[in-house]
Design a protein around this ligand. Sequence first.
Ligand code: BV8
Ligand code: ZN
Length: 246
Amino acid sequence: MTDYEEAGREIARAKVVAALTGAGVSAESGVPTFRGQGGFWGQYRVEDLATPEGFARDPELVWNWYQERRRMIMEVQPNPAHFGLARLERALTGRVVIITQNIDGLHQRAGSRDVIPVHGDLMVTICSRCSYERQEKPPFEQGLPRCPACGSFLRPGVVWFGELLPEQALRRAMEESQACDVMLVIGTSAQVYPAAGFPLTAYGAGATIIEVNPEPALERIARYVFAEPAGEAVPRLVEAALASGA
Ligand code: BV8
Ligand code: ZN
């Protein structure tokens, strides 16, 4: 049996499959990763801008950076990795849940239904002070908007460095990491916590870890490592799972 066939059979037999995805799963859609280009997103350093300090220092720059990212996300499409995971959710007898660090919404656009966005949603805008919230729609203007309710600056509804993850999403992600029989870890450098801890939690609870990443990050705990682009490896894994008839 090839590694794909063995890993596919494990996926087919699983009662719960959790997939932890990072920026790499969207790379073939044309969305830049964070650390691939030495931690730069375009010409910006994520760690400088995706922080409350960065926003306080220059709210207009940070707002415009997210508007640029929103415009870009509207231009891209889900890729075969996103579609493969959505197909797996529909076709597998077991439950499939996606824990994503990405804020691009591509899993949902590919048809995945059970998605836990632990770092928030790029298309949501919230008030930096009150509970005002809205869905952003094109055209994504430059220029920092103020809250219609309280007049404070608005900001993207994403989790910045140094901010807590949404409690609900964090709790569910931890529960699913404990409960899953198999965890697919796709396209993440596994450097950002607490998300980077989910595979360790799954491994500690006895799950089989399957990593898909051209530069693997979890070889210590992964039983299967496919050092290939997600757009190729994920559909092959899904094919193998559905063909295994397990
Ligand atoms: C928190 C949303 C409690 C915003 C993001 C010191 C030590 C340890 C931890 C810390 C520390 N100091 C601070 C911390 C905590 C910090 C952290 O972990 N920092 C790291 C950098 C050390 N974490 C936090 O602050 C979190 N909050 O801990 O709260 C707290 C409170 C107060 C004080 C302390 C703690 C909040 C983290 C969330 C930050 N928000 N995004 C936005 O996007 O604008 S994180 C950002 O990084 C993205 O969400 C991204 O998803 C995430 C992780 O990156 P990856 O997804 O892994 O992407 P990356 O580019 O790194 O890797 C891509 C991978 O894909 C690569 O491996 C590459 O090989 C692979 N790849 C490339 N092409 C392909 C591919 N794979 C497959 N196919 C391909 N084609
Ligand atoms: Zn407000």
